[in-house]
Design a protein around this ligand. Structure first.
Ligand code: FPP
Length: 230
């Protein structure tokens, strides 16, 4: 969800305002996904590297979580959205943790769309934590296979993403779902996140529909996860 800061700067507004509008864009996009029958939406809200931002921006983003959960979760719950948080919760404040717990608990019985919010998340962190948990469970070198490790990844409940959308014009993955996007179709748009909505989503889906997916083979069947080591 890139481009909040630039969107605000263009309007001579503080970056925090851009993030607030970013929450509205997120709610809009979640609703659009529900209408379109999309089962899983995963958004990058705060990366492991975002702690490097100025302290006031970081604390503003944390406060925004509290406001956004209080303001939007009930409505999203009514729409059948299940919210799940992925990322390292140990470094966030108790208040933010409690807020995420509340959002997850309030929506846990829903299944229309699973909204995963990556928060204090990094693709490398995810792979490392999966290895650590696998080893802690007693898996040895020979047991570490793609299929085994997948069960320890933070998004182990979701299929790999078909479509990866990055807004804001940057052409990189920036440590998002490194493991899970092995065969995702990548879509980059200059649209700044606060302006994202139905039209942009449809443009991304239309571009996806034109892609020919071969998963490294000759047909459109995704490869089964390797169960044996290299
Ligand atoms: C990137 O834009 C955006 C972020 C680091 C924050 C994204 C967060 C939200 C949209 C709010 C989400 C909140 C909840 C509750 C899930 P940027 O600041 O890097 O923009 P720039 O590239 O224009 O500077």
């Amino acid at each position: 969800m890139d481009g909040n800061g630039r969107w605000a700067n263009k309007r001579f507004m503080p970056r925090a305002f851009g993030h607030e509008q970013g929450v509205d864009a997120l709610v809009r996009t979640v609703k659009a996904c529900v209408v379109r029958g999309i089962d899983y939406l995963t958004v990058f809200a705060f990366s492991s590297e975002n702690w490097r931002r100025p302290a006031d921006e970081v604390s503003g983003l944390m406060s925004l979580v509290l406001v956004a959960v209080a303001r939007h979760v009930e409505r999203l719950a009514q729409e059948g959205v299940r919210i799940r948080i992925v990322g390292d919760r140990s470094a966030v404040s108790e208040k933010v943790r409690a807020s995420w717990d509340k959002a997850e608990a309030a929506t846990q019985h829903n299944s229309k769309l699973v909204l995963s919010v990556a928060f204090n998340y990094g693709g490398r962190w995810d792979i490392v934590q999966a290895c650590q948990r696998a080893v802690a469970d007693g898996l040895g070198a020979a047991d570490i296979t793609e299929a085994a490790l997948s069960r320890y990844m933070a998004l182990n409940y979701a299929p790999d993403p078909d479509l990866f959308i990055r807004t804001g014009g940057e052409l990189r993955i920036s440590n998002f779902l490194l493991w899970q996007t092995a065969y995702s179709e990548l879509y980059f748009t200059d649209c700044l996140w606060p302006e994202f909505g139905e039209a942009e989503l449809d443009a991304a889906i239309a571009a996806f529909a034109r892609r020919e997916r071969r998963f490294g083979g000759v047909d459109a069947a995704p490869p089964a996860l390797a169960t044996q080591g290299a």
